[in-house]
Design a protein around this ligand. Sequence first.
Ligand code: THG
Length: 262
Amino acid sequence: MLIIGEKINGMFKNVREAIQTKNKSILQDIAKKQLEASAGVLDVNVGPASSEPLKDMQWMIETIREVTNVPLAIDTTKLDVMDKGLELSGEGAFLNSINGEEEKMDKFLPLAKKYNTKIIALTINKTGIPITPEGRVEIAANIVAKVMEHGIDTSGLYIDPVILPVNVAMEHSAAVLEALKQCPLLCDPPPKTILGLSNVSQGTNYRSLIDRTFLVMALASGLDAAIVNPLDKDLVDAMITAELLLGKNIYCDSFLDAYRRK
Ligand code: THG
């Protein structure tokens, strides 16, 4: 499974302070630690409190690029920030994210084409996030159609059926698992699936336990990629073990270490 590290996000106090004081080493440390812990992509989000998101995104990417060339997922709802972010990221970038709103797709998809990026698309439309799996898959189908209309290959599309905190939206978690199973049936080549996993445990007392349990369930439902906290070793161990049991890795007594040395 593709792990996208979630820790470079202005939502976290240490990142917010690093941005404000232009402290490069804090950001570079978080980048390196996530990569050592098996992340293959780094999410980059200036956070909700940024008053200069364009400048902050630029500084964050330039700072990260001093220590690694790994692909970045540019996590913003602002068109100008996305454009600059993808331009500075270079190869392998993810546009995170679009949703099922037609006008927004028409604005953002040309950027995906211009910079040849992967696309993460949330199953949200003007009326919100449907509670049922069918509602989510219907939005995913509209997204697939739009992506094709823009002449973009659907194998680079990652559908995110949006997991919400289980303490306030309990009925959503089972719907997400069912949507994960159905989305690959929408077209050929099939779209991939992704989740922002840590949403599920926000505000709960057992974050790591809830995160890793849901990750294993989602993997068994076909999940291809996840935005997670890779510094949670129990979470990564659970992921590696689930992939082993799904027949995606070969068993050896040191399978956890073997995976990490790949
Ligand atoms: N889908 C996609 N992208 C996403 C999300 C998604 N990007 C953002 C988010 N959701 C995924 N990233 C995070 C990052 C942090 C947390 C949750 C998801 C988190 N933060 C702590 C909290 O809110 O409790 C902050 C704690 C602190 O302040 O230190 O849990 O769903 N495509």
